[in-house]
Design a protein around this ligand. Sequence first.
Ligand SMILES: [Fe+2]
Length: 368
Amino acid sequence: MTIEIQAVGSLQVMPLLHPQGCRGYLVVDPASKEALLLDAHLDHATEAAMLLESHELDLKWIVDSHTHADHPSASAVLAGHAGATRVAHARSKHVGVTYMPDDTAPLPLGDQKVTVRHAPGHTPDHMVLVSDGAVFTGDSLLIGGVARADFIGGDAGELFDSLHDVVLAQPDEAIVYPGHDYKGRVHSTIGEERKDNAWLKITDRDQFVSSLTATKPPEPANMAALLRFNVDGQPVPQFISAQETMEVVANGGAGTIIDVRTLEELQGAHIAGARHIVMDDILERADEVRMTPAPRLILCRLGQRAAMVASALTQQGIGGISVIEGGIVAYAQAGGATEGGDPGAALEGGGCCAAEPPPSCAAEPPPE
Ligand SMILES: [Fe+2]
């Protein structure tokens, strides 16, 4: 793994870039080797642990800038690492967080520090982290954009206030590290954003609010499950029952079910909307799995192949994987809706000519 190390003031920043557009950061004081991990995606848990080990870093702080509703956080998984303190804002409801600062609280790294600023709007518990030379804007200011403010307690007016009172109070040369970027960019500066960001040119609060709330994008896939994981601390189970899978399908569609059976089997019963990645191709298409919203539920006929696939994907550092117990046979027996033929007879399906589905990563960027 190659991670770029960027020097910012006296600190170093190692960006963790997720193909879904999530941005996490390892912030290091090179003198003391103390480190802070911000907004790491669950898929980066292994990578972050390896970085800490290979650079011989002492992880002091694990921070979520806010309650994430669109992806699973690595914070709970990494929380026990070397006695690091898990941090979220005082208005968050995270189980397992041991330090809940409000505004202007310092997070020391050796003789340096990163300062918490409360910056609500995207969520009530949102905070921005400020260091000498950088501002980690989370989901407030994005490069050329701003975050949405229409779910889990978001408030567009508060976002306007946070942008103008907290974020834009930083000097023009401060480097902006956002919580997301869907175009592959890593950083910007306050000066560049002040000059080019159309949202920052709206100086009237009411106009900003009406513009930001004019449309309501769809909620993130699996939001309820992600909040259970990120806030309530419920781990993604290794196995999920057919009954629970039916609830996932009923509540949010089957976009995160990954069917690893053969094309011939798929001619029989299948779950509408499930992704199809043949078991033999799973490692080759691991990046495609990374692009799917987590939790990812792996499906085969009876569960054995799904368990092997789950193990292989976990070894690739992909998190949030569950095996659907008993496969599509149990799912159909439990009353789950399927399309196609008989799930039990699926292996005997004729080998005719189903086309591969289009690549899943061609989807529009997430709304957040
Ligand atoms: Fe967010």
